[in-house]
Design a protein. Structure first.
Length: 177
């Protein structure tokens, strides 16, 4: 909000701290829904359907989802995600979910590997040792830190097999867009 205030647009932004499954918003509340890697919390199919109900006529959605990029991930990678994100699907399955929820897919693309490293994994890896020291006596937090480290190692080895895919879409009944 500080940045929005500095830019003079704070009146256009209303932050909410709510459960994604029950935000208490009216259908058609948004012209644009942009969600980067968050819908997995509720499940991609449920999240896509929820977003569809919240779009105003003529609205659009840009949603990203961790997706299999190839059909043949190595056993180690498959096992990791079977534990951490068993609902992860391939791109074609996600495109079907999107269409079944009443969207026309405008485009989709895998986020470049460099984006993952520069924006997520490198900063995270730089903090791992700090977290391990600060939370040394907290087993739950250390377990979470360990999973983050393991995920960066999975990506280091197997980024050809999975990644974040952006799906750009319009309601299939969109008019004048």
């Amino acid at each position: 909000m500080r940045r929005a205030e500095d830019q003079g647009v704070s009146d256009k932004i209303r932050p909410l701290l709510k459960d994604m499954r029950d935000m208490g918003l009216e259908p058609g509340s948004f012209d644009l829904i942009w969600s980067e890697g968050a819908l997995f919390v509720m499940g991609f199919p449920e999240g896509v359907a929820m977003c569809r109900s919240l779009l105003a006529p003529g609205g659009a959605a840009a949603l990203s989802e961790l997706s299999w990029l190839r059909p043949d991930p190595p056993e180690e990678c498959r096992c990791f995600f079977a534990d951490e994100y068993p609902e992860m699907k391939d791109v074609d399955a996600n495109l079907k979910i999107i269409r079944d929820c009443g969207y026309e897919v405008v485009d989709h693309f895998a986020v470049p590997e460099s984006t993952w490293w520069e924006s997520f994994f490198h900063p995270l890896e730089g903090r791992i040792q700090y977290f391990q020291e600060v939370y040394a006596d907290d087993r739950d937090r250390i377990a979470f830190v360990d999973i983050m480290w393991m995920e960066s190692e999975q990506y280091r080895k197997y980024s050809d097999y999975y990644g974040s895919v952006f799906y750009l879409m319009l309601p299939d009944d969109a008019e004048g867009v």
